[in-house]
Unconditional design. Structure first.
Length: 122
């Protein structure tokens, strides 16, 4: 790949064979995957995925800490997803011209912020 970025699907996805270089690749929710920059930006723009960090080098099973480590990773991924959603909702609230739509977006924003606070407190 000439220029690539790391993305993670919000609900899981499939990287087409033409992009994956061989056969299609199934990717789980919030699992970082490296894709060509143009394809990754398309996924981000269409809100199928969000920009992710390159995963750290794999640790041994002993170092990972079992189930707790998986929960921490899922928690961090969910927090990142909520932060992106909150940013999108803030922009949508600012751009909304209809009072009813603005009220609904503001309620969605408050709910997302509350969920993020609860997640961080846990």
């Amino acid at each position: 790949m000439s220029k690539s970025i790391w993305v993670a699907f919000r609900n899981g996805g499939i990287i087409p064979a033409a992009v994956a270089g061989g056969k299609e690749k199934k990717v789980g929710p919030h699992e970082p995957v490296e894709v060509p920059e143009s394809y990754g930006q398309h996924l981000i723009d269409d809100r199928f995925a969000y920009k992710a960090e390159k995963p750290a080098a794999p640790k041994s099973a002993k170092d990972q800490g079992g189930k707790g480590a998986r929960q921490d990773t899922a928690k961090a991924a969910r927090a990142a997803e909520l932060a992106a959603t909150i940013d999108d909702l803030k922009k949508a609230v600012d751009a909304a011209s209809d009072l009813e739509a603005k009220t609904k977006l503001a309620a969605d924003l408050a709910a997302a912020e509350d969920e993020l606070k609860a997640l961080e407190a846990a």
